[in-house]
Design a protein around this ligand. Structure first.
Ligand SMILES: [Zn+2]
Length: 300
């Protein structure tokens, strides 16, 4: 199984879930591949005019660690200029020029393309060469977005996503959505079409995204508490349950980790008979109780 964190470095639950897997997961059956900073270049900048912080902090059992908060897109220092219109190479699909640097519009990628396409090509090639059976791309979306608290599955992975729901629905609200066949460049479409992997993507609700939040700082990124989003929720303007208690980074990571554990466990029922086990991982409740920092390594 391959887990991609940091496709969009302004969506920290994917990145921190990937770091937590590296630091506390000991798979007992199968191989777990983790890429925590899929678009490493996008970790080196923030989105223009968003006043986003360069980093955020998480308390571990033995001190505070800081992590980079980045941009949705490849740093323009590494790839510039954008064309007026971004033409997706293998489909001819046309999108806004700003999507040229969006890793999740670049798949399956090109060996001789721009940097973002080369990163996508590298990940696609890794999946092919290592025969990776499940790929999960971890994301976040703003609380008002329609695809949030969701698993998006390529049609080949729909069965696995649906079986995973049997367990996780007992303690979280989550839906499964089928990957649209006419939206190109995304992991849940192209990795499923161009490789044999079961391609899945997950979205949690991040109050530091979207257009309704107040000041973005480390506190907002980690606590997920924003009074403007709480107010917007009262007007029915958000698509997930949201109140003054916010949706913490720990809760968002707990969602990702619980679903990953289930994808691994349930794979035996849908695959070719092989199985994957991530070993002893903290439960959803454990992560909520202890905080995600409890499962991260100490600073230094
Ligand atoms: Zn994203």
């Amino acid at each position: 199984m391959l887990v991609l964190g940091g496709t969009h470095p302004n969506e920290p639950s994917g990145f921190i879930t990937a770091v937590a897997l590296i630091e506390c997961c000991q798979p007992t059956v199968g191989t777990l591949y983790v890429i925590p900073r899929a678009n490493n270049s996008a970790f080196t900048c923030t989105d223009p005019q968003e006043a986003a912080p360069m980093n955020f902090t998480i308390d571990t059992q033995n001190g505070t660690r800081w992590f980079r908060f980045g941009s949705r897109a490849t740093n323009p220092v590494d790839q510039w200029p954008d064309s007026e219109v971004y033409v997706h190479a293998s489909s001819g699909q046309q999108l806004s020029g700003s999507e040229t640097r969006n890793l999740n519009r670049a798949y399956p990628g090109r060996a001789d393309g721009n940097l973002t396409e080369k990163i996508a090509y590298g990940i696609t090639t890794l999946i092919q060469q290592e025969d990776i059976e499940i790929t999960v791309d971890l994301h976040e979306a703003s609380p008002e977005y329609t695809t949030v608290n969701a698993i998006v599955a390529h049609e080949d992975a729909l069965e696995l996503a649906s079986i995973a729901l049997w367990d996780v629905e007992d303690y979280m609200a989550i839906t499964v959505e089928k990957s649209p066949t006419n939206l190109h460049g995304l992991t849940h479409r192209e990795l499923g079409d161009y490789t044999d992997t079961l391609a899945l993507l997950m979205e949690t609700a991040n109050a530091s995204q979207g257009r309704l939040h107040g000041k973005i700082d480390s506190e907002l990124v980690v606590s997920g508490k924003d009074k403007y989003y709480a107010r917007a929720a009262k007007y029915g303007a958000v698509t997930v349950p949201y109140d003054e208690t916010g949706i913490s980074l720990s809760e968002r990571c707990a969602r990702h980790i619980s679903c990953l554990v289930q994808f691994a466990e349930q794979y035996a029922f849908v695959g070719d008979g092989t199985s994957i086990s991530l070993g002893s991982m903290p439960s959803y409740k454990d992560i909520l109780t202890n905080g995600i920092g409890y499962y991260l390594a100490d600073p230094q």
